[in-house]
Design a protein around this ligand. Sequence first.
Ligand code: NAD
Length: 262
Amino acid sequence: MNVATDLAGNHALVTGAGSGIGVAIARRLAAAGARVTLAGRREAPLRAVAAGLPAGSANIVAGFDVTDEAAIERGLAAARAAFGPVLILVNNAGAAETAPFAKTTLEQWQRVIAVDLTSVFLVTRAVLADVKAAPAGRIVNIASTAGLKGYRYVAAYSAAKHGVIGLTRSLALELAKTGVTVNAVCPGYTDTPLVADAVAAIMKKTGRSEAEALAELTAGNPQGRLIRPDEVADAVLWLASPAAQSITGQAIAIAGGEVMPG
Ligand code: NAD
């Protein structure tokens, strides 16, 4: 990437950093010189990710459940003790569940809202003083194209991701004079364990082959393919960089030209 992306010494915290898009983001930020806190629930995957990053660039914080306010506070204390205040926050953790609307239980609805939306509220609020104190703090929320348009059988997930974009736009205005930018990145179907689970669920429910199930997911992308996690990470790196100082309150689709309403 050619934009100015020297993040030397900046402390970036990535949630859900043990797999998929979170790993790609952590790698990109560390390669740009950031000191990266890999936050997640399970220690083993975080250790494996850290082992692949430049020496001294990563610190892991396990037990970081983004739905648990106390766990977030504990994790942030450990992150600050290692690398100082957080200057770049990437709210990446999330989970997708599918169900026809009529079969979506209240429990499922609340679980999805908690992990995909309330999590962003909780972690961002806990980190806010840090990023505001920075000369050019950054908050990047990994939303989804499901935050910009609807898809069948994911009403709760889509509602949560639309909520993330609303939060992003409002907070961006609230912080506009502080130097902090707040943006959302909205990937289409991306080649991660989350999509592998979706393919498996389609195969189980419909009896289709893996190729047929995958084709259903890639059909909406005019480029006819899954997005690569690195492509999402490149957008995050740009938004985190000094080059993107005037970009705030945006929801940027990384989706191969899939048309979004509005
Ligand atoms: P993934 O399942 O590989 O990664 C999600 C990560 O979040 C995992 O490490 C998981 O352990 C973590 N996580 C889930 N619940 C958590 C909790 N309560 N506390 C802490 N961590 C938790 O999937 P991914 O595709 O890399 O997803 C990353 C983000 O990208 C998610 O927000 C997802 O909604 C979003 N997204 C993914 C796609 C896609 O097609 N893969 C598309 C659009 C948006």
